[in-house]
Design a protein around this ligand. Sequence first.
Ligand code: ADE
Ligand code: ZN
Length: 325
Amino acid sequence: EVTPAFTQGLPKAELHLHIEGTLEPELKLKLAKRNHVDIGQSSIEDVRATYQYDDLASFLAVYYPAMNVLQHEQDFYDLAFDYLKRAAKNHIRHVEIFFDPQAHTSRGIAFETVINGLYRATVDARALNIDATLIMCFLRDFSKESARKTLEEALPYKDKFVGIGLDSDEHNNPPLKFARQYEDAAAAGLHLTAHCDIDQKDSIEHIRQALEIMGVERLDHGTNIVEDPDLVDFVANHNIGMTSCPLSNAFVSPEMKGKEVLELLAKDVKVSIHSDDPAYFGGYISDNYYAIADKFNLTKDQVVRLAKNSFETSWISDEAKALYL
Ligand code: ADE
Ligand code: ZN
């Protein structure tokens, strides 16, 4: 029987984690005070009371304004290092951390402030026995031109991050909007992933674009793929990773896409379990594993398979991978 202790103790790779989504109310209040930013709330209960959302747009409307408390390099360091300490308790051995530079540069914070603070935390994570890397995401509801500028700013720092991703509001913002940036990033030697959020308008078309045209190595969420058997064959045959986040799914879909994850597992797709925005969706990675294992009666073997898939589809070296498979 799968217990919370079992999901916690299992060595895992975290591949779908937005660092801004790890901003806990405690740190939010501490940074608000330190930086003299008025966030409109002064207690943890008040902050939590604002956490009301039932779709992607209503979540993002709470999520982005909170980032105002992040002002200085040290704030980004503290955010990431607080998360990494939690990751260590969750027996995460490798983590690829998403960050959204445009959520910060658009409010006047320099790109280098963001990446230098986050990167320094990933270096210090070695003392916690965690191998940590960064993935830069484009905000898909911002313009192509903004993405172009962001990649241009980022490329001089390309030894500090390993890949690019695509997140934020998917409605009418297909992957192809960023085809040029994906091409340029691949040419610069960066890895590629993209969100295809659950139950979006044009979900299947977005998944198809990301896989067949842009050549992503992983799909973040993407579980609507089960509606298209040819695309399921494609991800199975090409070892494409699929990062599913049960507790964030639970906010918009009562079954947290558990049936889809089981179907993908049965078809030998490299699906794995992750935490998305744990400070906002009620749990870190072990809680996500436990939530789906408990609701769908997963066996220990299935849970171990999910964890192995996370290492297999991660962007660590083959030597490091071999340690976990
Ligand atoms: N940014 C942070 N979390 C996200 C999610 N679940 N989907 C899209 N963009 C996000
Ligand atoms: Zn996400």
